[in-house]
Design a protein around this ligand. Structure first.
Ligand SMILES: N[C@@H](CCC(=O)N[C@@H](CS)C(=O)NCC(=O)O)C(=O)O
Length: 203
């Protein structure tokens, strides 16, 4: 098996951090995210959504969507558990992972894709107003996360989970989206320093 990814892109990083936390090694194959590669027939056959990361199994079957890939490895190697064990814990982690993904990560993604000149060829049409609007959405969501982290060590409670991975990758992606992390979000800063220190963060 192998993972087709782009090292500099945020979604593949989610999978790399997840695998590092699990202590699982999978060979990576670099895919250059340029228009001709993304639009190629080969990419369509690997993932009709034309996105990385893609887990390609030994029989050729491809699994895409970062969380689907992570879930596959969680099922193969349940420890350390990153999607929760008890019903309520599983629900909380899912809830926060989805909130961070939809509320923060995708807002940052839209801000980046609709404003960055380099993305003009890949995001068609590029709508700068939509990019600007998403900056505010992302900042609002960061405030929500700060409140959650006031009473919880990690995003979904007292244990590190996949929700922290999504949040860490999203917060680091703010630099690419040219949004500064507000200094007054002190709980977020405490959490950020903590999770950034984990060896997996550099995967
Ligand atoms: N929902 C997908 C999103 C994957 C995604 O957006 N990947 C980006 C890189 S981070 C990509 O391949 N973009 C292709 C492009 O820019 O056209 C996942 O979770 O894996």
């Amino acid at each position: 098996m192998k993972i087709i990814e782009t090292h500099a892109a945020p979604n593949p990083r989610r999978v790399r951090i997840f695998l590092a936390e699990k202590g699982i090694e999978v060979p990576f194959e670099e895919f250059e995210l340029k228009v001709e590669n993304i639009q190629s027939d080969e990419m369509f056959s690997l993932n009709p959504m034309r996105q990385v990361p893609i887990l390609q199994l030994d029989d050729g079957e491809c699994i895409s969507e970062s969380i689907a890939i992570c879930r596959y490895f969680e099922a193969l190697r349940p420890e350390p558990c990153l999607f929760g064990q008890e019903p309520l814990e599983i629900a909380r982690i899912e809830m926060w992972n989805r909130r961070v993904e939809l509320g923060l990560f995708y807002a940052l993604m839209h801000a980046f894709r609709h404003l960055h000149p380099r993305m003009g060829a890949r995001e068609v049409p590029q709508v700068p107003d939509w990019g600007e609007a998403n900056k505010d959405k992302a900042l609002n969501h960061l405030g929500l996360l700060d409140k959650q982290l006031q009473d919880n060590q990690y995003v979904a409670g007292e244990a590190y989970s996949v929700a922290d991975i999504t949040a860490l990758v999203a917060v680091d992606f703010m630099a690419a989206a040219r949004i500064e992390r507000p200094a007054d979000l002190t709980h977020l800063s405490r959490w950020y320093e903590d999770v950034s220190k984990r060896p997996s963060a550099s995967a």
